[in-house]
Ligand binder design. Structure first.
Ligand SMILES: [Zn+2]
Length: 187
């Protein structure tokens, strides 16, 4: 049996000639494009999202009371909102799953970084959370730039998130300076 999607696509391709002369051709195109997006979404799966912390939106100020939320699932909303904010990786904004409030990812990340600066984790976990190469973190530790902050229950060394972020920031600044110097040299 032919794949029903293939059969439907073939059928649609044969209808294109009369559809493109139809007064509502643009509407047809809209519907087809929507279908394509939906199928692509099913194939690709949801885009990876990152947790951006608790929402905390002042729902009264936003005019979002529980009575203004509707749909098959009406979440319990407290004020301030206790929902969780998630954002698409690489995106600019994040959205609260409970009240729908939008936040800027940059500001959220800065705030989250502040919250965990004085917490200690092993190198691999910090590398994972911040997209820093784990070998770079281990090199910093081996060279004494990064001071070990005890061990976890598996007896693995742990480091303060703030220390690692400071070193990563300094390394990024050094990289940018070197690049600028190289560009000046070749100019
Ligand atoms: Zn919220």
């Amino acid at each position: 049996m032919t794949d029903p999607i293939v059969a439907a696509t073939r059928f649609l391709a044969e209808q294109m000639e009369w559809i493109r002369h139809h007064p509502a051709a643009d509407e047809h195109l809209d519907v087809i494009e929507r279908c394509v997006r939906r199928i692509r979404g099913v194939v690709d799966g949801p885009r990876p999202k990152k947790y951006l912390g608790p929402c905390g939106a002042d729902l009264d100020a936003l005019g979002i009371g529980p009575e203004s939320l509707s749909g098959p699932y009406v979440p319990t909303v407290s004020d301030p909102c206790e929902g969780d904010v998630y954002g698409v990786v690489g995106g600019k904004t994040g959205t609260c799953r409970t009240c729908g409030a939008q936040v800027a990812q940059d500001e959220r990340r800065a705030w989250l970084d502040d919250q965990v600066r004085d917490k200690a984790f092993r190198a691999a976990h910090i590398a994972d959370a911040y997209g820093i190469n784990v070998n770079t973190i281990r090199t910093w530790a081996a060279r004494g730039h990064l001071v070990q902050h005890g061990i976890d229950r598996d007896l693995r060394p742990v480091y303060l998130v703030g220390d690692v972020l400071d070193l990563a920031r300094a390394a990024a600044i050094r990289r940018a300076e070197n690049e600028a110097r190289r560009e000046r040299a070749t100019a």
